[in-house]
Design a protein around this ligand. Structure first.
Ligand SMILES: Nc1ncnc2c1ncn2[C@@H]1O[C@H](COP(=O)(O)OP(=O)(O)OP(=O)(O)O)[C@@H](O)[C@H]1O
Length: 240
């Protein structure tokens, strides 16, 4: 009510008889300044999305599909000293390098985070993140649980942390067995580790289920999370 008393005394034509432009102009004059065409929502900031979860849960598959359905995503290619697996491509799946080269990057503070995983180094190159955020891309990082905990310490709430799970522990083990990329010893390490890792879920912002044969639904959930994050009034402000 207090607001209406401050409005200019301009006659407003009848809603029944006046045309749209006439009414618009009269309302504009009454409120005292032109109506702006500027977007009412703030421009969404680029997000850093950390995707983690036990080995074999489908992180790579999810990210691959997410990149196909969403153009504005940059997947940060991790540097690693582990040997290339059959079908992997250098610079696409990982930047494969020797231990010496990797430690050189550590020395030069070129990595956001790094760790020794199953005997091999893995780390996230900082420059790639900066370059793509500057171009407006959302950044997707794929890290193991240990890496996610380290990133949480570095990035705090400025990044979105997503924990990917299978629908059950037994499904996860089956998936790992079916992938046929691990020796029996490595398989045992991975399943035992997975059991421990599941306890870390509470440190994440979201948990997304990648159920057997339901990758598309998992991708949709991820998209919803990204869309919801973009619609936040107070957006996360990630700096690397
Ligand atoms: N929704 C799904 N239903 C059935 N199989 C799936 C699904 N998602 C992924 N897989 C399969 O599970 C296996 C593991 O997937 P992926 O390699 O993406 O896991 P990851 O989490 O990236 O594993 P790692 O951390 O060991 O690299 C693959 O053989 C993949 O094809």
């Amino acid at each position: 009510m207090g607001e209406s008393r401050r409005l200019a005394a301009v006659p407003i034509p009848s809603v029944e008889t006046a045309d749209r432009t006439e009414l618009y102009r009269a309302l504009e004059t009454s409120v005292g300044s032109s109506f702006s065409s500027e977007p009412l929502a703030p421009k969404p900031r680029p997000l850093i999305i950390v995707i983690s979860g036990p080995s074999g849960v489908g992180k790579d598959c999810l990210i691959k599909r997410l990149r196909e359905v969403r153009e504005s995503i940059h997947f940060v290619v991790t540097a690693t000293s582990r040997p290339m697996r059959a079908g992997e491509v250098n610079g696409k799946d990982y930047f494969f390098m020797s231990k010496e080269e990797f430690l050189g990057m550590v020395e030069n503070d070129e990595l956001l985070e790094y760790a020794l995983v199953y005997g091999d180094y893995k780390g996230i190159p900082k420059q790639q993140i900066r370059d793509y955020m500057a171009k407006g891309y959302d950044i997707v990082l794929r890290v193991d649980i240990q890496g996610a905990a380290t990133l949480r310490k570095i990035l705090g709430d400025s990044a979105v942390f997503v924990f990917l799970v299978a629908e059950s522990e037994s499904e996860l083990v089956m998936r790992l067995i079916d992938r046929k990329t691990e020796s029996k010893e490595a398989l045992l390490v991975r399943v035992a580790t997975a059991r421990e890792e599941l306890k870390q879920m509470k440190n994440f912002d979201y948990v997304v289920v990648n159920a057997e044969g339901k990758l598309e639904s998992c991708v949709k959930t991820m998209e919803s999370i990204i869309d919801a994050e973009k619609a936040k009034v107070s957006q996360r402000r990630a700096m690397v």
